[in-house]
Ligand binder design. Sequence first.
Ligand SMILES: [Zn+2]
Ligand SMILES: [Zn+2]
Length: 156
Amino acid sequence: MTSLDQVRDRAEELLRLHLGGGSWSFGFDHAKTRAGQCDFAKRRITVSRHLAARFSDEDVEQVLLHEVAHALSGARAGHGPTWRRTARSIGYTGSRLHDGPIASELAPWVGTCPAGHEHYRYRTPTRPLACAKCSRRFDERHLITWARQQEREPTY
Ligand SMILES: [Zn+2]
Ligand SMILES: [Zn+2]
């Protein structure tokens, strides 16, 4: 788990290091289905506060590097060879949740409990899971229903 303050500190450090500081800014957004976003028009990189809170330090680092690589390679590069080369050169490893260009933006599984709490998984949930927010013990009344999110082309 990573605190949002840590994420912000690290993000600002990476912006200074790779984007020269000043011209790009960092913030959090409320996205639930993608980890990060690079807004070329506003010159702003944002990370989902919902997902950042669930990610490990290492995962957050990868999401930040993914977005910094977008900022460095420009909107037209998409997730093509230029972006990939840039991303690799700054330490993006493309591992685990960052396997493909789309996988990196999305948690493929989203689950909801009967009370409406949302849960995210990067792997197919294989056994019944109950909502930990509703009940600390496994309780069938708080069973999470999983749905695979539609994959969509990232727009950034
Ligand atoms: Zn991307
Ligand atoms: Zn719940």
